[in-house]
Design a protein around this ligand. Structure first.
Ligand code: AQP
Length: 333
């Protein structure tokens, strides 16, 4: 067992990965993977809180894994696995559901958003999603959870659940901290820049997929919504479109907002959008090529899932055994 701190994060296979998934999550995962003991999941159990097409769900995790690796996540260094391959997630989630309050879940912004958008499928899983997410995190005694800004509330609830459980049974769970990138934590839709770029809500022309072709990426940036001024300036409230493009450009190039403002001083939006599109293409092109190669070898990807699940199960089952014992469940002989 390594004495490195533990990181856990995951992405739902609820659609093809977007530029938002990459800049808000995976790019940071790669940065953290030298320093930490990292568990990165494909959270299929979370994905079915919205209706998924089974035939698509059978494929997406492979595409997602190929893209994780192509982004630089080394499967030898990181534990890459599918959530449903480790039954301890469902088992601990049930226990934690019994230590999570109805009122707490009712206050979750994501539940309110998603139930509001999907009135025909407000299922119990959508409501108790944060308890499953708490199980995901607490099973691995994670120190840090890299997430986008929209997930902060769920991590806070995870801590509250852990504090409640530890208060009754002693120190069972480590309290995790969210790790939210300063730039890139919320990449917005290019056509509706006050909405998050989202893989399951693809607005026409608003979403860049990681596997999009260079010419399509450039075209979508050319069409991105801006404002009636002509000056490249960071101001989220009054210039959400330009500010979003600046965020994207900043994460792609490592340049700060002031530097970007100077670079495009006196130039029109056309030049700026062209340059942002090119920067995104430079970033995504090698990933797309590598992911396409990896996807051709399904056996290789299956093997990574198998090894990842074994490694994850070993750690997760240790925590689960402790929890079962604490609550008074009789050990199976
Ligand atoms: N647009 C984004 N900007 C920054 N971060 C983002 N993330 C997702 N979209 C953006 C971060 O990626 C991680 C995994 O998210 P997820 O796929 O599990 O769920 P999500 O946040 O609900 O992502 P989507 O794309 O919006 O999925 P759907 O449409 O299925 O709900 C999280 O850390 C998230 O913050």
């Amino acid at each position: 067992m390594s004495d490195k701190k533990v990181i856990l994060s995951g992405i739902q296979p609820s659609g093809a990965l977007t530029l938002g998934s990459y800049l808000g999550a995976i790019k940071n995962w790669v940065k953290l993977s030298d320093e930490y003991d990292c568990y990165y999941m494909i959270v299929d159990m979370h994905a079915i809180t919205s209706r998924q097409e089974a035939s698509v769900l059978r494929k997406t995790p492979f595409e997602q894994l190929a893209q994780y690796i192509a982004c630089g996540l080394d499967p030898e260094k990181n534990t890459l696995f599918i959530q449903s391959h480790v039954p301890a997630h469902a088992q601990l989630a049930w226990v934690l559901n019994c230590y999570t309050m109805f009122g707490e879940l009712s206050r979750m912004t994501q539940f309110k958003d998603k139930s509001g958008k999907n009135v025909n499928n407000i299922n119990a899983g959508l409501f108790t999603y944060p308890a499953l997410q708490a199980a995901d995190i607490l099973l691995y005694q994670a120190d840090l959870v890299p997430v986008g800004a929209d997930q902060k509330q769920h991590i806070e609830l995870t801590r509250d659940i852990a504090v409640r459980f530890n208060g009754i049974y002693g120190d069972v769970f480590k309290l995790p901290e969210p790790y939210i990138p300063t730039v890139g934590a919320r990449i917005m839709d290019l056509q509706a820049p006050t909405n998050k770029m989202s893989k399951s809500e693809i607005n026409d022309g608003g979403c860049i997929l990681m596997m999009d072709k260079p010419e399509d990426i450039k075209r979508l940036f050319k069409r991105a919504v801006t404002d009636s001024e002509t000056c490249v300036r960071y101001d989220v409230d009054n210039k959400p479109g330009i500010s979003n493009l600046m965020q994207i450009y900043s994460v792609c190039t490592g340049k700060g907002f002031e530097e970007i403002e100077k670079e495009f001083d006196g130039k029109g939006y056309g030049d700026f959008k062209l340059r942002v599109g090119e920067a995104v293409v430079e970033l995504l092109q090698p990933i797309r090529e590598e992911a396409t190669k990896l996807l051709a070898d399904k056996a290789y990807l299956e093997n990574i899932f198998k090894n990842g699940a074994e490694k994850a199960s070993y750690v997760a089952n240790k925590t689960l055994r402790k929890v079962y014992k604490k609550v008074g469940f009789i050990e199976k002989t």
